[in-house]
Design a protein around this ligand. Structure first.
Ligand code: HEM
Ligand SMILES: *[C@@H]1O[C@H](CO)[C@@H](O)[C@H](O)[C@H]1NC(C)=O
Ligand SMILES: *[C@@H]1O[C@H](CO)[C@@H](O)[C@H](O)[C@H]1NC(C)=O
Ligand SMILES: *[C@@H]1O[C@H](CO)[C@@H](O)[C@H](O)[C@H]1NC(C)=O
Ligand SMILES: *[C@@H]1O[C@H](CO)[C@@H](O)[C@H](O)[C@H]1NC(C)=O
Length: 478
């Protein structure tokens, strides 16, 4: 009896073991199928901190360029607590940002999301994103921008007059930020009360200070102050909105578009959603454009010959207006050399050096596995500085844009579903500022040793300290 039960137990045990084995080998073979693709090459650095230290202890563009040299166009690493796959080929960037964009979602640290506004469009994918995006795009499209030219011109001229007033050294990046902020406000609100502008600017600059600080809710810290200022921004925007509703003005600015937004069920946006998107656009617009303008001034002052040819182009336009009439849309489209200088400056400086996405499923690309939950980083700067696509890439050469760059190799404004909807505005305000700077003013860069600083975008060292002054008649007509 005992023997029988014992052998039954044995058989049962055996069967269970067999089942378990079968099950696990089944799982293994399935696993093997999924894992036919292997992880990309690369080193993950130390556990947890990974290669974050390296990222912060040296110029990140140098780190990424060295890795690309060592491992090729696709490599893995570990930064800021996440495993990442970095992509340094145009095809891979296109795959992630455009053709298979639905497999990769935008990803930002929660602490930063909270500061900008959790409902801002760039944190989303799908329906909410595409509806908001259409709306932002339509208010920043050429037809809408055309009407902004006189106002942007006024801003450019008054800014330049202010910088030149004292003929004293100023931080170029800082004053460019003021200019790009004002242009952003113009696109968002049209003409806005000076009182509101001042309050928005002051509170916004507190938010900015918290953006790159350690996220903690301890009173007194930069992050805490930033969250307080962020709530004040909501109050200010709420006041602007109710004033707008009272007046019932039919503006065509971005705020108006946001107020008229209806989703598929006919629902409007909440005030919070509107505020998050307004602050989000300001955030996307300000430092990027200011840093681009600062680089342009640096590259022009580094190359006096280039400056003279740009001057000649702008002078022709200036004179055809008798120096008085405002610029026309056609004239802003007829600054081909200046335009190429802008394109080459954006390539050289690659202000947005890379972006982040997160794989929402296991994805196979080019024989490599990108596991679900891993971050992917298209490396714009590496692509822009690859001699295969841009000959002698470290040399500033605006004439290279006389022929169009190879497809998907030039992405200063990104690519695909989240590509910059503000790119036309950014280029327009740069052209207008350069036009007035070059035809009526002079500037001298204090020191230009070519150093870079991260703010977090790359900018010339110390914000390019420069002196501006108004050209006298005799200087202009030698
Ligand atoms: C030279 C100046 C600028 C540069 C280099 C730049 C660059 C970029 C890049 C690379 C992206 C895509 C980021 C990604 O895919 O992760 C982007 C997105 C965006 N940019 Fe710009 N930008 C500039 C100016 C502006 C301006 C002036 C505005 C608005 C007035 C603006 C509004 C936006 C918005 C709203 C997004 C998010 C779009 C989305 O997620 O669908 N940008 N920008
Ligand atoms: C401003 O300073 C520069 C350099 O010292 C000088 O050449 C220029 O004449 C000054 N301009 C005015 C208006 O004072
Ligand atoms: C921030 O906005 C509030 C209005 O909500 C305003 O009273 C305050 O002066 C602003 N803060 C700063 C530092 O300007
Ligand atoms: C959205 O619609 C509701 C109901 O019609 C209204 O009370 C609310 O003020 C609207 N929100 C905004 C931001 O206009
Ligand atoms: C564009 O510039 C060229 C030469 O500088 C000039 O001949 C032409 O009339 C301009 N076109 C417009 C529309 O301003």
């Amino acid at each position: 009896m005992e023997n029988i039960s014992c052998s039954i137990l044995y058989v049962l045990f055996f069967l269970i073991a067999l089942l378990l084995y079968y099950h696990s080998s089944l799982k293994k073979s399935k696993w093997r199928n999924l894992q036919k693709a292997k992880l990309p090459p690369g080193s993950m650095g130390w556990p947890y901190i990974g290669e974050t230290l390296q990222l912060y202890s040296q110029d990140p563009s140098v780190l990424f360029a060295n890795k690309q040299k060592r491992y090729g166009d696709i490599f893995k690493t570990h930064i800021l607590g996440y495993p990442c796959v970095m992509l340094a080929s145009p095809e891979a960037a296109r795959f992630v940002l455009l053709t298979y964009a639905h497999l990769f979602k935008p990803t930002y640290p929660k602490s930063k999301e909270r500061l900008i506004g959790p409902s801002a469009l760039f944190f989303y994918q799908g329906n909410y994103h595409s509806r908001l995006r259409k709306l932002v795009q339509s208010s920043l499209a050429p037809e809408a921008l055309r009407k902004l030219i006189p106002d942007i011109e006024d801003l450019a001229i008054s800014s330049l007059e202010l910088w030149a007033e004292k003929n004293q050294t100023i931080n170029t990046f800082r004053v460019m930020k003021k200019f790009s902020f004002e242009v952003g406000i113009l696109a968002l609100f049209g003409q806005l009360d000076a009182k509101y502008k001042e309050e928005l600017n002051k509170n916004y600059s507190i938010v900015e200070k918290g953006y790159n600080s350690f996220p903690t809710n301890l009173p007194g810290t930069a992050y805490y102050k930033a969250m307080v200022a962020r709530r004040k921004l909501n109050q200010i925007l709420s006041e602007i909105i109710s004033e707008r509703k009272e007046k019932k003005t039919v503006e065509k600015d971005l705020l108006c578009h946001l107020l008229n937004f209806k989703d598929e069920k006919g629902k409007n946006l909440t005030e919070y959603q509107i505020a998050d998107n307004v602050i989000g656009v300001l955030f996307a617009a300000q430092d990027t454009t200011a840093s681009a303008l600062t680089w342009i001034l640096k590259y022009l002052s580094d190359d006096q010959k280039l400056l003279e040819t740009v001057k000649a182009e702008q002078r022709t336009i200036y004179e055809s207006n008798g120096g008085k009439k405002p610029l026309t849309w056609a004239q802003t489209r007829n600054m081909s050399l200046t335009y190429r200088v802008i394109l080459e400056s954006l390539r050289m400086s690659s202000i947005i050096s890379f972006t982040f996405r997160e794989a929402v499923v296991d994805v196979e690309y080019d024989g490599y596995l990108i596991p679900k939950g891993w971050k992917v980083m298209p490396l714009f700067r590496n692509i822009h500085h690859n001699s295969e696509f841009f000959a002698d890439p470290e040399n500033f050469d605006a004439s290279r844009f006389e022929v169009a760059p190879k497809p998907n190799t030039y992405m200063p404004f990104g690519n695909g579903a989240h590509a910059c909807p503000g790119n036309e505005l950014a280029k327009l305000e740069m052209l207008i500022l350069i036009h007035h700077l070059i035809t009526k003013f002079r500037w001298e860069v204090e020191v230009s040793k070519g150093g870079v600083q991260y703010s977090p975008f790359p900018i010339p060292q110390h914000g390019l300290p420069s002196r501006f002054w108004k050209e006298t008649r005799s200087q202009r007509d030698p």
